[in-house]
Design a protein around this ligand. Structure first.
Ligand code: AMP
Ligand code: MG
Length: 472
């Protein structure tokens, strides 16, 4: 059996200014940790022997048809423009067209230095690689658009962070790695031909119906609005919503310091570098609008009639908060069992969330329990729930099958931070059992799985993860 990947590499056919050709840098002893067979099937990849896959997905051997390159981009990091970022520790091997007809990137992350590495070593350690593997696949199973994980490989080399850690490489799959920052870099440099070329490429690949740059802007707006509302509904906090981590295809990308909320509070922040709470849970919709405004600013540079373009782009961006709110309301209605839209729904949902915040109610378990009769136990003062439930029960009389709606909208299982940390601790000691178990359970997040009840439990006070760190 030989590993075969049916590459068709459109990005490598773009002008040289878009990337730097760069092969992955070989590692000492590549060992395959995980290979995602379901995803491989979708990508029309036929797997090979474990050793061959370790060589390829560790970066020691180039598969036939690969044209490795590091992509150029820039971006706003915490609101400040950085004129050059780019793939500093990743290379795009190429693209395949899946069994579903969708073109996807196959990228190695942690594959060694590139011309964009700045002061970084181009590597990743095992922790963030396993974290991204588990969390991105969990997001996929939850139904949230996301990049995915095809493989994880240990390198047999140390990576130096606070201490020497085992090195690893993740194979990431994405509808594309085009970001807001990919547009920003050409706009900022006044390279209008490249900007136009990129715009055409993005339209053809992701929004074939779009009529030019403003149509693209509209497409990205709608996809991002859907995405962020979806995050909110599962309690996901991205943690580093910089414009270079904002996908044009509308996927969740870059699982650095991301985290799922345990007890609900709108101001929740985990990322150790987000001191001002810029990317706090409830700020995410506003930040998505801010990021879209940066894309608008970049796209406008290529327009002939600037004044008209500014007017149209402003209108497009200004419509985003309402679109997001609409998406949010639809998702949260479903979470409390509502399919019809009524005037008071927004207030009903907000009232529940307020009471949850005041009572340290666990976000996931409270909503999941709404379909049963134990939701009140999630509140430090259960009567706070009862006070809300009266109005809710009355409202449910005008719905057909709220239980079914709630079960489908409220997962039982998410990758809880303390479980992810425990999984990493075990893996560093060579025990991958928790890693594989998490993947198995999280593949069916809406199913009751009594044998995995321990993975539903919120952290005890000693297990609580106070801060998460950037995935370097
Ligand atoms: P991120 O915070 O992961 O979105 O990364 C921001 C920028 O830093 C990107 O250009 C990355 O490629 C780069 N970067 C992050 N970690 C490393 C590393 N270990 N070596 C080189 N570049 C890195
Ligand atoms: Mg990034």
């Amino acid at each position: 059996m030989t590993l075969t990947i049916p590459f068709d590499n459109s990005y490598a056919r773009l002008p040289d200014a878009f990337f730097s050709r760069q092969a992955p840098v070989p590692v000492r002893v590549p060992t395959l940790i995980a290979f995602n067979e379901d995803l491989a099937r979708l990508l029309q990849i036929s797997p090979g022997e474990a050793q061959e896959m370790a060589e390829v997905f560790g970066g020691n051997a180039l598969p036939n048809g690969a044209e490795p390159l590091a992509q150029l981009y820039s971006g706003h990091q915490f609101g400040t423009y950085n004129p050059q970022l780019g793939d500093g520790r990743a290379v795009l091997l190429g693209e395949t067209i899946g069994a579903d007809g969708v073109r996807r990137d196959i990228q190695l992350k942690g594959s060694g230095p590139t011309p964009f590495s700045r002061r970084g070593d181009g590597r990743a350690w095992l922790g963030p690689v396993l974290r991204e593997y588990v969390v991105s696949e969990a997001m996929h199973a939850l139904g949230v658009p996301t990049t995915r994980a095809l493989a994880a490989v240990e390198t047999g080399e140390p990576v130096y962070r606070e201490a020497a850690m085992p090195g690893a490489v993740l194979t990431r799959v994405a509808r594309s790695h085009l970001r807001v920052g990919t547009f920003q870099v050409f706009a900022a440099r006044g390279q209008l031909e490249n900007l136009r070329r990129l715009t055409d490429y993005a339209i053809e690949r992701h929004y074939p119906q779009a009529d030019g740059p403003m149509g693209l802007l509209r497409g990205v707006r709608d996809a991002q609005a859907r995405l962020i509302a979806h995050w909110m509904s599962v309690g996901f906090i991205h943690g580093v919503m910089n414009t270079d981590n904002s996908s044009i295809a509308g996927e969740t990308i870059d699982y650095g310091p991301c985290a799922f909320m345990d007890s609900y509070h709108p101001n929740t922040v985990y990322s150790s570098i987000d001191r001002m709470g810029r990317y706090a849970y409830s700020n995410q919709p506003d930040i998505a609008v801010w990021n879209l405004a940066q894309l608008a600013t970049a796209l406008i540079q290529q327009m002939e009639d600037k004044e008209a373009a500014v007017e149209e782009a402003t209108e497009i961006v200004h419509a985003m908060p309402d679109l997001l709110q609409e998406q949010w309301l639809t998702r949260f209605r479903a979470k409390i069992g509502l399919t019809r839209a009524e005037e008071g729904d927004q207030d009903l949902i907000s009232d529940l969330l307020k009471r949850m915040a005041e009572n340290q109610a666990d976000f996931i378990n409270t909503f999941r329990a709404l379909a049963g009769d134990a939701a009140r136990d999630q509140f430090t003062d259960p009567s706070a729930f009862d006070g809300w439930a009266d109005g809710w029960t009355e409202r449910l009389d005008r719905e057909d099958d709220p239980q079914v709606v709630m079960i489908a909208a409220n997962p039982a299982f998410i990758p809880r931070n303390h479980r992810v940390e425990q999984m990493i601790e075990a893996a560093v000691k060579g025990d991958y059992t928790p890693f594989h178990r998490l993947n198995t359970v999280l593949a069916q997040p809406y199913e009751d799985q009594p044998e995995a009840a321990d993975l539903m439990r919120p952290p005890t006070s000693s297990e609580v993860v106070q801060a998460t760190f950037c995935g370097t």
